[in-house]
Design a protein around this ligand. Sequence first.
Ligand code: ACO
Length: 327
Amino acid sequence: MTLYPEIIGTGSAVPEKVLTNSDLEKMVDTSDQWIVERTGIKERRIADEKTTASTLATQAAWKALNAAGIKPEQIDVILVATVTGDMPFPSAACMVQKNIGAINASALDLGAGCTGFIYGLKVAEAMIKSEQAKIILLIGVEILTKITDWTDRNTCVLFGDGAGAVLLKATKEKKGILGTYLAADGRLGDMLMMPGGGSLHPASHESVDKRLHYLKMEGNGVFKIAVEMMEDASLKILEQTKINPSEIDILVPHQANLRIITATAKRLKLPMEKVYVNIDRYGNTSSASIPIGIDEIRNGDKYKPGMKLLLVAFGAGFTWGSAVVTL
Ligand code: ACO
């Protein structure tokens, strides 16, 4: 018997505080015009001191649970895609488990940079298809602004904080996750990393002085590879699921740069009316950008039950991947 993971509820959460491009003009040598033209970002949400990954993840989780009418005790597995958990351990997933009282769930984090949510979909799909779980809570959450170097104009204009959650339930009908595709190339990892805080450069006065606890990125190099791999991953999943691009209702790409998004849409011959964009309001929220998108589509005016979404992401690792889901 083939089982499918149906999306039965969604939720998202972003911090209240808005940081605009004009705010950034006062912090580093940049301009609203440069940021909008080069990235498409107008503003982003910034977590305050007390807000952590588990705070936003928990808020998104409650919304998904309420939307689905599911009780926390019914959840079998909690998966959290993040590279900015509250601390190296315990995992953000265990913190969410505690916060919502999901006493029957196992819990783990997945670290695949901006592709984390797609990696999570693959794990959830495999667990449901192999009958190891019936109900899975999958969250993408990131608080990148706490590892952002606010003196580096190359990166500090790009990121924002947020969380998105989906609840997946095993069904015999062909709906929900129709297919997933994953890829990685660790040889290129040096182009996008946070070098400090792990076993290579544990926190020390020296690591702090060298600013190793901040995100570092060779933006232009990442940009070129991201455009290639977002197209490649999109074509691979369409081929795998035997779905024609014209059958896709909405492309939900990871929101790293509006120019990457438009290039991907153009290569897939999809008009921009069929492309979901939130980067203008939230910046790059990494593993949260796609599940925030899914939640906004599900609660938006254009939502039609059963609509097909093509999801595609690229991020640190490098990792990339794609999925086709019905909503
Ligand atoms: N304001 C003004 N000027 C700037 C700024 C800024 N904020 N940032 C860079 N510049 C300058 C640079 O210094 C450079 O000046 P120079 O020519 O005098 O040296 C010039 O603008 C061009 O810089 P580039 O880096 O070539 O600019 P580019 O067009 O590539 O845009 C950007 C930079 C926005 C970072 C882009 O490369 C990008 O989006 N990269 C991909 C990001 C991505 O996909 N990341 C993966 C996911 S993120 C994750 O996994 C956490």
